[in-house]
Write a protein that binds this ligand. Structure first.
Ligand SMILES: [Zn+2]
Length: 304
């Protein structure tokens, strides 16, 4: 089995430690904290990601789709200059970032745009996306346009087998997201529910895991959302309950302050700072390996 990277298909066995939800460059200009959430320096991106490589990293999944600042040239540079495998994404993020055609095109035509990026290439670069994401919901309910994006993503997944990676933040719409994808016929074993590392409620996480998706504990290092110690404890509890094979771990670097250059802990914090916390919680080496390597590999290796 293979994963599709920006430099072509890679044997899944060679992916190594995978960060399944990061941003290499990003432009969240419509957020209130915009200045903080614009990463637009390719040289800095290379330097910061090299630290993940040096710490033992193998692959970074850049879930920045086109309309939130994806930069294919920089993705290829990072891959060439750091030796990391880089996976690009396709889709539409949240309503603030939808291009006008999300409101104008049919659901199938939206799916076609994703399918083209997954199977033919992004623009005229020849670079293919390897994942659909991050597609998200906002706060209270899934909007009509949001519902169409989720249905389009489901149809693009059914045509290509590419995994679907979602964003659920400051809302509890994970079950609504899963309902929509399931209604379209998606096997939830190919779905990653993102941003689940900020919860305190173990029962809620278990209710998500019980449906068979990947539960992504990201925002590791973002202690303004939740302390890492609390995240490590939650993970240990989920592992204890038997959900280890469904857990994914990542940082979701998207703020300047998370980068080393600005005093943060960077893309290597999971390996250098957080894994020791998992050990302290009593999580075994085999289970850590399962979450860092085996689970994301299973999620991404969809090309034969
Ligand atoms: Zn997100």
């Amino acid at each position: 089995m293979h994963a599709m990277t920006v430099l072509g298909p890679v044997d899944a066995a060679d992916l190594g430690v995978i960060l399944p939800h990061e941003h290499i460059l990003i432009d969240l200009r419509h957020h209130a904290f915009a200045v903080e959430a614009i990463l637009d320096d390719p040289d800095l991106a290379v330097d910061e990601l090299r630290r993940f490589r040096t710490a033992g990293g193998g692959t970074v999944v850049d879930v920045t789709n086109r309309y939130m600042g994806r930069n294919v040239e920089t993705q290829m540079r990072v891959a060439r200059e750091t030796g990391l495998h880089v996976i690009a994404s396709t889709g539409y993020y949240t309503e603030l970032y939808y291009p006008p055609h999300v409101y104008q095109w049919s659901t199938n035509t939206l799916a076609d745009e994703m399918i083209a990026e997954l199977t033919v290439g992004i623009g005229d670069t020849g670079v293919r996306a390897g994942i659909i994401g991050e597609i998200g919901t906002m706060r209270d309910a899934i909007s009509p346009a949001g519902e169409r994006v989720f249905r389009a993503a489901a149809r693009a997944h059914l045509q290509t087998a590419a995994p679907v990676s979602t964003h659920v933040l400051q809302d509890e719409l994970a079950h609504d997201q899963m309902d929509l994808l399931q209604e379209e016929g998606v096997d939830l074993g190919h779905v990653i529910i993102g941003h689940q590392g900020d919860h305190r409620d173990l029962d809620y996480l278990v209710s998500i895991a019980e449906r068979g998706v990947f539960v992504q504990i990201d925002h590791i290092g973002m202690e303004f959302y939740q302390r890492d110690a609390a995240r490590a404890h939650l993970i240990a509890q989920l592992v204890q309950l038997g959900y280890c094979t469904q857990i994914l771990l990542s940082h979701d670097v998207c703020f300047k302050r998370l980068l080393h250059w600005f005093g943060g802990q960077g893309y290597d914090h999971l390996l250098t700072g957080f894994v020791p916390m998992l050990r302290e919680e009593g999580v075994s080496e085999a289970d850590i390996q399962q979450m860092l390597v085996d689970n994301p590999r299973r999620a991404l290796a969809t090309y034969t």
